[in-house]
Design a protein around this ligand. Structure first.
Ligand SMILES: [Zn+2]
Length: 252
């Protein structure tokens, strides 16, 4: 497929999906029960406690990788209908405090992902099962065989992101106007992504710690495997996985 046809097809797909975003309102109007339980997991379509991150944290920079095609799958991920970020209002308020603290040190927060709908996680699982599709292997998992991603825990059927109080982010340096060098990149599948990995430069390690300390100062907990991933420790929905799409209409 040539580039023009590719972008045309992507645009058409976006148009179709966008109508799905509007459909969220229709579901509300019919008073469809927003909460269901399947195999012991609780799912909710109720976005009433969620906010648009760019409004709650006005200084954030967004680079929503699962809306783009530059991610480990290589396609736009299901449920990402606009390049926006949503979080629970509790997590967004805490993140605003992080942003204020780091702004004084010359940084802005750059967001890769926040709330992630269950259907996006389902897309990851479907992709992981298709072991022939290794288009993005050179960029995200060159040292791993794709059939190991599920057993090793890189892909799971549920994600904390779907509970709405987890965020993937890095630092943007306002002086250099560049992303801060963390000695590793978002969604790299490997030990290099562990926040305590020491086979990087002292400066890279120190940069990871600047982000980590600021997040922990404002109530987030880290993840041992990913320097960019944090969850609000007192998340308001610890047992609920949300299903509404990532788009402005979900929270309007
Ligand atoms: Zn994450």
């Amino acid at each position: 497929m040539n580039r023009f046809r590719y972008y045309f097809a992507a645009g058409m797909a976006a148009a179709v999906i966008l109508s799905g975003c509007a459909g969220t309102d229709a579901a509300k109007e019919t008073e469809e029960a927003p909460v269901t339980t399947v195999d012991g997991y609780t799912y909710s379509d109720d976005a009433s406690d969620f906010v648009l991150l760019s409004e709650a944290v006005p200084d954030v920079i967004l680079e929503i990788r699962y809306y783009s095609t530059y991610n480990f799958v290589g396609d736009r991920i299901d449920g990402y209908e606009e390049p926006v970020a949503l979080l629970t209002k509790e997590a967004a308020a805490a993140l605003n405090d992080v942003s204020d603290e780091l702004k004084e040190k010359g940084y802005r927060l750059k967001i890769y992902d926040a709330y992630r709908p269950q259907k996006a996680v389902d897309h990851f699982v479907r992709w992981a099962e298709d072991v022939e599709d290794t288009r993005m292997k050179p960029y995200f998992y060159p040292d791993l065989e794709k059939d190991q991603l599920f057993p090793l825990g890189y892909i799971d059927a549920h994600s904390g992101h779907s509970r709405g109080s987890t965020v993937d982010l890095t630092l943007f340096d306002m002086n250099t106007e560049k992303e801060v060098d963390m000695g590793g990149t978002f969604d790299w599948f490997g030990e290099l992504s562990h926040p305590d990995y020491t086979d990087i430069t002292e400066e890279q390690y120190a940069n990871r710690m600047i982000l980590r300390e600021a997040m922990l100062n404002h109530g987030f907990r880290p993840l041992a495997e990913e320097w960019w991933h944090f969850t609000l420790d007192e998340e308001p929905y610890p047992d609920t996985f949300f299903t509404f799409p990532v788009c402005r209409a979900s929270v309007e």
